[in-house]
Design a protein around this ligand. Structure first.
Ligand code: CAA
Ligand code: FAD
Length: 380
């Protein structure tokens, strides 16, 4: 077992770290305040190859491994979790889903644009009455021969307005329950496809989250992904990898908050000495460092499982469950280390604390990860 990063992985880490420092840091507070989508930065990330890292190079992807992807996610998330969720959805849900299960024609038409950042993708599973309970899909896609007619509402969709292409999950045959669900590629601007207002969120405020409304939207049959009835499996398999990306995001938020707290503890004085010399602060930093290291091992393990062709449902769920808990704990402690300054925007840690919370909710709440984990371990 080798715990060292390869030279290539180190290069990816440095490139992502430089990008975060030079392109994301400046303006991150303003974008959070004004809920502004980092459009220019995402375009540049696409040009640098960060939007389709793991996808097939034949379709413009980077052909990289999942370890490279989680390294990049950690670095970007240390500084701007709003930008990193856009990267995550595009890479591990949309590009990976299309690359793995799309037809050659779908890949040529859509994937080539998504991997380069020319277009952005969205993944649309959740509904007002189908969040954790994802098989309860109310959105319908009725088979009309050469096309489907799509009706319904999706909730909380990341890249809701910024996306060009949407992977939409819908029920085609209610009798067959989850085996009667399909996934479709829907283009922005199609007749009957309406984008709802932007959600005013606690965190990741630079990402745009919208509901989507479909009123008799005509979807050509060639835009269905996979065989008839494959949609729910498609969503589950795609989300299993997506959870590794969100675990890496949570790890990055924790690591970013910890680094800020450590630096602050070296310069802030109280009672005649730097606060790092107070054991209460030093121990808090020791706990933060240990938790982050443990989370990173779980994240890398799940990425390695995926790269090695092993099952990663369990390791991905554990990585997300633990890393998101660590993100919340570490970011909260980082605010504590900063004292009053931790409570104001200028010092970044209050934003990281707000951003951390979402990692326990999306791509399956912590309770859902525990369902996945317990089912897996009890099956053995
Ligand atoms: N891989 C392949 N198939 C899987 C699977 C997996 N990992 N997990 C489940 N399935 C299959 C099952 O085999 C079953 O199919 P068969 O009957 O044909 O065998 C089918 O899916 C239904 O499985 P369950 O009976 O286990 O279904 P359930 O109703 O008990 O729910 C669940 C399982 C794990 C709770 C699931 O509903 C779930 O993951 N819920 C959370 C939804 C979620 O994560 N949403 C995220 C939305 S995207 C997002 O959030 C993006 C973002 O923020 C940025
Ligand atoms: P509910 O399912 O109503 O859950 C409420 C509470 O009950 C939670 O604590 C949950 O853990 C608990 N609970 C539910 N069922 C069980 C159970 N069986 N056992 C124990 N506890 C349970 N979705 C997408 O499809 N695409 C996106 O791009 C996307 N982006 C998002 C971005 C943001 C900012 C947010 C907030 C959400 C996003 N989502 C997206 C939706 C997200 O995946 C759901 O919010 C999440 O899956 C939880 O569903 P819910 O909100 O309906 O909560």
């Amino acid at each position: 077992m080798d715990f060292k990063l390869t030279e290539e992985h180190q290069m990816i880490r440095d490139a992502a770290r430089d990008f975060a420092k030079n392109e994301l840091l400046d303006g991150v507070i303003e974008r959070d305040n004004t809920q502004t989508f980092p459009a220019e930065q995402i375009k540049k990330l696409g040009e640098l190859g960060f939007m389709g890292m793991m996808a097939d190079p034949e379709y413009g992807g980077g052909g990289m491994d999942t370890i490279s992807y989680v390294i990049a996610m950690e670095e970007l998330s240390k500084v701007d979790a709003s930008a990193s969720v856009v990267v995550s959805v595009n890479n591990s849900l949309v590009c990976w889903g299309l690359d793995t299960y799309g037809s050659k024609e779908q890949k040529e038409k859509y994937l080539t644009k998504l991997t380069t950042g020319e277009s952005i993708g969205a993944f649309c599973l959740s509904e007002p009455e189908a969040g954790s309970d994802a098989t309860s899909q109310k959105t319908t896609a009725i088979d009309k021969g050469d096309h489907y007619i799509l009706n319904g509402t999706k909730n909380w969709i990341t890249n809701g307005n910024s996306a060009d292409y949407y992977l939409v999950i819908a029920q085609t045959d209610r009798e067959k329950k989850h085996r009667g669900i399909n996934a479709f590629i829907v283009e922005k601007g199609w007749e009957g496809f309406e984008i709802g207002p932007k959600e005013d969120k606690m965190g990741i405020r630079g990402s745009d989250t919208h509901s989507l409304i479909f009123n008799d939207v005509k979807v050509p049959k060639e835009n269905r992904i996979g065989e008839d009835g494959f949609g729910f499996k498609f969503a589950m398999k795609t989300l299993a990898g997506g959870r590794i990306g969100i675990a890496a995001q949570a790890l990055g938020i924790a690591a970013g908050a910890y680094e800020l707290a450590k630096e602050y503890s070296k310069v802030r004085k109280a009672f005649g000495t730097e606060i790092m010399n107070h054991q209460a602060i030093a121990f808090m930093l020791a706990d933060m460092h240990t938790k982050i290291e443990a989370a990173r091992l779980l994240v890398y393990k799940s990425a390695a499982d995926k790269d090695n062709g092993d099952n990663y449902d369990l390791s991905g769920a554990m990585a997300k469950l633990y890393a998101s808990q660590v993100a919340m704990e570490v970011a909260t402690d980082a605010v504590q280390v900063h004292g009053g300054n931790g409570y104001v925007k200028e010092y970044h840690v209050e934003r990281l604390m707000r951003d951390a919370k979402i990692t326990q909710i999306y791509e399956g709440t912590s309770e859902i990860q525990k369902i996945v984990i317990s089912r897996s371990v009890l099956k053995d």
